[in-house]
Write a protein that binds this ligand. Sequence first.
Ligand code: SIN
Length: 338
Amino acid sequence: MWRTFAAISLAMVLGSAAPAFAQEPCKPGELVINFSHVVQSTVDPKGDFATMLAERVNTEMDGKACMQVFPYSQLFDDDQVMEAMLMGDMEIAAPSLSKLEAYTHRYRVFDLPFLFEDIDAVDRFTQSEKGQELLQAMSDEYGVVGLGYLYEGLKHLSAGRPLVVPSDANRLKFPVQNSDVSVAMIEAMGASAQKLEFREVYGALQIGVVDGQENSYSNILTSRFFEVQDGVTETNHQLLAYVVFAHQVWLDSLDADVREQFLTIFNETLQEANAQAAKTNEENRQRLIDVGYAVRELTPEQRAKWVDLMRPVWRKFEEEIGVDLIEAAEAANQSKPD
Ligand code: SIN
């Protein structure tokens, strides 16, 4: 009976599998700001950020500007959205940093397994000089500017069987984002990797094209991976984060007062979203447990086996990423406030 109640309350939180996303049309004369992403529009750090940003723009800039959000890959996948931005067909995008391989390898630092101890360390790194420089890794060559980092959370591994030590993943197949670091990580486990678009993962799990997956609690919940897997191992192995991008040409084309007001709203909303991302993930972890999804924690000894196995993956990519960035990330782990 409790499972029924839990399932009903979850259905209320998530809505139907592909809810229609109603939004007011923009008014004539308003600057239209489109924002395309691939996740659900609520109960998820990125979805919440896009929704909060659109609400503020549409209220506070009414008559001047209007934001339209396209969630669930309704309009574009992450690789297509960057192409659309480069063509001037999309104003705001926040692809996962693992999906920028075609443009730069500098963001691979965020994919290095077990590099960051927690989200606070990530935050210290992104606020550091190196982290801020990295926001503009694509600006010289492509003209897109990083307006800020958005955090989703740390990722966890799941498969049709418990993954307690890395060898439990031997010969399994996992979907990965478009990241060679993730491929190397999965191969280090004796498993194989298949690059898939986010919207393809649920179906691939359902029909057994892949045996497991790796994602944040929020994405496991809102994309319903819990329906096609019995549980997850809390590996905290990799970061899922985004840079929110806009094109410099578009920003320069705005009236100065409109640009200033938009960027002020943007920065305030981003701060608010990042401050609540950890809480959202924690709530979503509990929602998964409430519907009977197993969350398997690792002992420190078990986790140490995963970390040891992944160190060579860092070495493989350190030259391309830049030792400077890896050192700055490691320093962020050490510089905890007292
Ligand atoms: C996202 O959170 O934007 C998608 C992550 C994924 O592709 O796994």
